[in-house]
Design a protein around this ligand. Sequence first.
Ligand code: EPZ
Length: 423
Amino acid sequence: MDSIIVTGNGPLNGSIPIAGAKNACLTLMPATLLSDEPLTLTNAPRLSDIRTMTTLLQSLGAEVTSMQGGKVLAMSSHDLNNLTADYDIVRKMRASILVLGPMLARMGQAVVSLPGGCAIGARPVDLHLKALEAMGAELELRDGYVHAKAPAGGLKGGVVEFPFASVGATENALMAATLAKGTTVLKNAAREPEIVDLADCLRKMGAQIDGDGTSTITVQGVDRLGGATHPVVTDRIELGTYMLAPAICGGEVLLEGGRIDLLNAFVEKLDAAGVNVTETPAGLVVCNRGDRVKAVDVVTEPFPGFPTDLQAQMMALLCTADGVSVLEEKIFENRFMHAPELTRMGAKIDVHGGTAKVTGVERLKGAPVMATDLRASVSLILAGLAAEGETIVNRVYHLDRGYERVEEKLGNVGAKIERVKGK
Ligand code: EPZ
């Protein structure tokens, strides 16, 4: 297993390119299952999760051709020959559940392994299943798989009321609804930019969708969908992550292609902490002239609230703030695993259930630490940028799921960072 060694090296300067969004790409790729015509994605990120989804789609008989070093994905589901998404692949990435809705909508049946939980929580898929049942699907859970069948005439439009604005359940239901007979209304739908990006792509394929980006999405089902070419939206979580690099160790960095509207709540918190964020035609410029950031309180919420996927990274910044910050994680039940690792670096963090109290310290100290999940691992890299001495982050395969070439992107703006190949 590879490790990454980061040595505190003072202010950063330069520019960082931001890739296409992992969490948009992971729902745009299964959309190919809705049509027998080609769907091509551009600006795709080069990540191991994308390779996992590629393998899954290919196991169903879809063609997925990666071009331009992985930035372009040319897909076709004309010849699907297997309607079972196997546990061996699904267990590696829970976003695999997103093949269920589109496969059921177009093929009339689907067998998909339950994804199982992951480090940050149990992460059930009950809301996905209830949404599909509201469209007439008959579902049976057997041997760890969801066996789904559509009515003889195909899925029917229905009203889906989500008790929680689940991102994945909204995506599964939205894709299924495009081919359901009649009108489907999704109430308390998730509003994330990745949902809007999916709806934009589906509309290019011929879907009739209104209200995406709001809490109520209305879909008029159509008989079939065509092909399209669609650019994956900018990754707001990668953007926010790298905005925190100059914030935590000083300097001035341009985040190429960054847009404030993707991260309003996060930018408001950076502003309150005293970090300067400026929007320019080239992207977002983040500047910290070396002042110690101020403590701020954070509560994670569905979009447009503060993103849970930036909580770990924000905690790293607040570990060095002047004052006491309180972070409340309201989306996942176990998303503070970075806290004990940050504590090894001298951070002062008290975790009680879903709340972490962080008392800022002047300087963190480098130490060997363990990555536990995708966002926790990158928070340790950020802490290492500001720490005195050397930080060794182990098990960086977690990192490679969601960040392409992190050592290159940070190294190019002056960070002292290198990847050490595992034995
Ligand atoms: C998506 O996960 C993202 N993943 C997550 O990003 C992100 O943290 C999350 O949305 C919230 O923004 C992808 O898009 C691939 P949810 P998802 O359904 O769809 C509970 C990252 O780091 N829930 O909004 O799984 C669930 O347990 C990843 O890139 C149910 O109870 O998130 C959780 O507590 C991590 N039943 C909460 O809702 C369900 O059927 C949020 O889940 C579905 C969800």
